[in-house]
Ligand binder design. Structure first.
Ligand code: 3HC
Length: 331
């Protein structure tokens, strides 16, 4: 999974200066850009790249938790997890639809995912080994997703911004169900609390990586912020997430696995230890613990579901033909 090369990171476009200035004036005036509005090709490609990667993340993200639906400890937990995993599938569909408004087809996006050409979030290449991981994923992974996505509700592209409003409402339920699992485990037996700590140890650093590479390495941030697709840098959002999560961990009586984590009075936030960016890039480039398994599963599901798509298309064509002949008969 390497760069999809959809847009030069420098944001170079073919449009003339007057066109670009007029477009930027609309962005600066906080006007939403809609599918039929004129837009620079770079803006369109940046959105297709980001929205499709986001959609793929939602779809692949169903796998680690989906594995636990049949092993949830109670009926209530099973119902909540089932609903959450279904929500993620729904988010993928809203996002594919938002990307389609930019002229890319669902088939093309799926093909990019299945061939390994497209990226999806690094976090979903880590395994969910215990029930406590389901708590940690809801608390931290969905928590990080919300921190990033609340801002996307103000993205300059209308269909993406509107999809994010609903998605964020659902993500906030996901975050709470995860944190509630962590509360139950931390109030339980010693072994249960150890499971919770172990899940935090394994998911903390990968959750910080979800926000993307740091300032100097984030090739798209600058242009995306000028176009108000992004509103904050990856590092700023990561810091906000850390500041929100530390008190939550303290409330649970758990320890964040970072010996260098320290409150910094001057910046009114936490300083944190070094993130292992080599590990991040290894996972992004396809060499994480579960990359191969995730794609293999996705390809199998795509093959197994082919007959459903074909049947639905055949049914739609039959209905359209029937409606057309009824119209001709009535004329
Ligand atoms: N995993 C995989 N790839 C990542 C990544 C991550 N965590 N973070 C960055 N990258 C990739 C980028 O996609 C880009 O690759 P490309 O050039 O091939 O497209 C490259 O690393 C450089 O990163 P940049 O910072 O320059 O890229 P962006 O400006 O696009 O910023 C982002 C990255 C912050 C993830 C941004 O794309 C974004 O906000 N995306 C929308 C949100 C999203 O996709 N979240 C994924 C998680 S969704 C989820 O968690 C589901 C929920 O149910 C839990």
């Amino acid at each position: 999974m390497y760069s999809q090369g959809l847009i030069g990171a420098d944001g170079k476009t073919h449009e003339d200066a007057a066109f670009l200035a007029a477009f930027q004036a609309r962005i600066d005036a906080e006007q939403k850009i809609e599918p039929n509005d004129p837009m620079p090709e770079g803006y369109r490609k940046t959105l297709v790249r980001q929205i499709s990667q986001h959609a793929h993340s939602e779809i692949i993200g169903m796998q680690p938790e989906g594995n636990w639906i049949s092993r949830a400890p109670t009926l209530r937990r099973k119902a909540a997890l089932l609903a959450k995993v279904q929500d993620e599938g729904g988010h993928g569909l809203y996002l594919y639809s938002a990307a389609e408004t930019l002229g890319v087809s669902r088939e093309e996006m799926t093909e990019q995912l299945l061939s390994g050409a497209a990226k999806y979030s690094s976090i979903f290449n880590y395994p969910a080994l215990t029930w406590a991981d389901i708590g940690a994923i809801g608390w931290l992974v969905d928590g990080a997703a919300i921190m990033n996505q609340i801002v996307l509700c103000r993205c300059s592209y209308g269909p993406y911004a509107r999809a994010m409003i609903r998605i964020c409402k659902e993500e906030s339920f996901h975050q709470r169900q995860g944190y509630e699992i962590m509360i139950a485990l931390c109030n339980g037996s010693e072994e249960q609390k150890e499971l919770a700590q172990d899940a935090l140890n394994r998911f903390w650093w990968p959750s910080l990586m979800m926000f993307g590479p740091p300032e100097g390495e984030s090739v798209h941030s600058n242009q995306s912020m000028i176009w108000k697709i992004k509103r904050f840098s990856n590092d700023d959002l990561r810091d906000k997430f850390i500041n929100a999560s530390v008190p939550q961990a303290e409330k649970l009586g758990l320890t964040i696995p970072d010996p260098d984590l320290k409150w910094n009075e001057a910046k009114q936030g936490y300083d944190h230890g070094e993130i292992d960016w080599d590990e991040f890039w290894r996972v992004v480039k396809g060499d994480g613990i579960c990359n191969r398994e995730r794609l293999k599963n996705r390809r199998r599901v795509d093959r197994d579901g082919a007959w459903v798509r074909e049947a639905a298309m055949a049914h739609a064509q039959k209905r359209a033909a029937r409606t057309a002949s009824a119209r001709i008969a009535a004329e």
